[in-house]
Write a protein that binds this ligand. Structure first.
Ligand SMILES: NC(=O)c1ccc[n+]([C@@H]2O[C@H](COP(=O)([O-])OP(=O)(O)OC[C@H]3O[C@@H](n4cnc5c(N)ncnc54)[C@H](OP(=O)(O)O)[C@@H]3O)[C@@H](O)[C@H]2O)c1
Length: 220
């Protein structure tokens, strides 16, 4: 698959690395220092290239948006029309810039900023270092990457990608009901916590029925 990456920093860079390992092609874009993109691309080899944000959108069947919250408006302006693209949003609402209104999820807010995009949120709940380390785990110990979005087919595409990258994709539902996977880290949320298969379904069920999620699991 061809994947455009807008923001190839800690999270976007790791996604690009794992995607290339899984056999995908990536185009990296959107940096203040273009040299950083060139460096990462040369580290990743033949299956990585560098372009503008608009180039990455044109290139990718899937586009990964992974920039600081405050840079989202600029990144989207440079990305241009996202119609029909599966966009994976890794962002969290820290820092400056327009914010969701009270009671609105960041996913719902961001989906609204990307008209026509097939919006999916993922890769946002775990630190970049942990995501990088956890990508090599064996099946039973795989780490959950939560997904939410309102386009089932787009979520299926993203789930396949996540699985190939070494994680366990778990669908938490639509953008309106995904607050448990959003910042900040807090009691009653999966944000910031490691989950594995054995504890994922209970979270999905709780979210589906609007019930509190079970206590955070701990693993050896
Ligand atoms: N770090 C984590 O552990 C983590 C975990 C989960 C989710 N997230 C979320 O994922 C998103 C990306 O986080 P990250 O930690 O990967 O960020 P990061 O390491 O700072 O990477 C951001 C990328 O955006 C580029 N960029 C382009 N224009 C920019 C501008 N005007 N201001 C700042 N950066 C600009 C940066 O390139 P240059 O530096 O070359 O300009 C950099 O490659 C954020 O929304 C964050 O909340 C982060």
């Amino acid at each position: 698959m061809k994947i455009g990456v807008i923001g190839a920093g800690r999270i976007g860079g790791n996604c690009a690395r794992q995607a290339v390992k899984a056999g995908h092609e990536v185009m990296l874009s959107f940096a203040r220092a273009q040299s950083k993109l060139e460096e990462i691309a040369s580290e990743l080899g033949d299956r990585a290239s560098v372009g503008t944000a608009a180039d990455a959108v044109a290139f990718g069947e899937v586009v990964i948006l992974s920039v600081p919250w405050g840079a989202v408006p600029e990144a989207l302006a440079q990305a241009g029309d996202l119609s029909g693209k599966v966009v994976i949003d890794t962002t969290n609402q820290f820092g400056s810039g327009p914010m969701p209104v009270a009671g609105q999820t960041a996913a719902s807010f961001n989906a609204g900023r990307m008209p026509g995009a097939r919006y999916v949120k993922s890769f946002n709940t775990l630190t970049s270092r942990f995501q990088e380390q956890a990508a090599t785990r064996d099946d039973g110990d795989r780490v959950v990457q939560w997904i939410c979005g309102d386009d089932r087919d787009a979520k299926a595409i993203v789930a396949g990608l996540i699985e190939g990258m070494g994680y366990l994709p778990i669908d938490l539902g639509g953008t309106d009901t995904c607050a448990v996977m959003e910042a900040p880290r807090r009691h009653g949320a999966v944000y910031g916590e490691e989950y594995r298969a054995e504890d994922a379904q209970a979270v999905v069920d709780a979210v589906r029925y609007g019930a509190p999620i079970p206590p955070t699991p701990h693993y050896d």
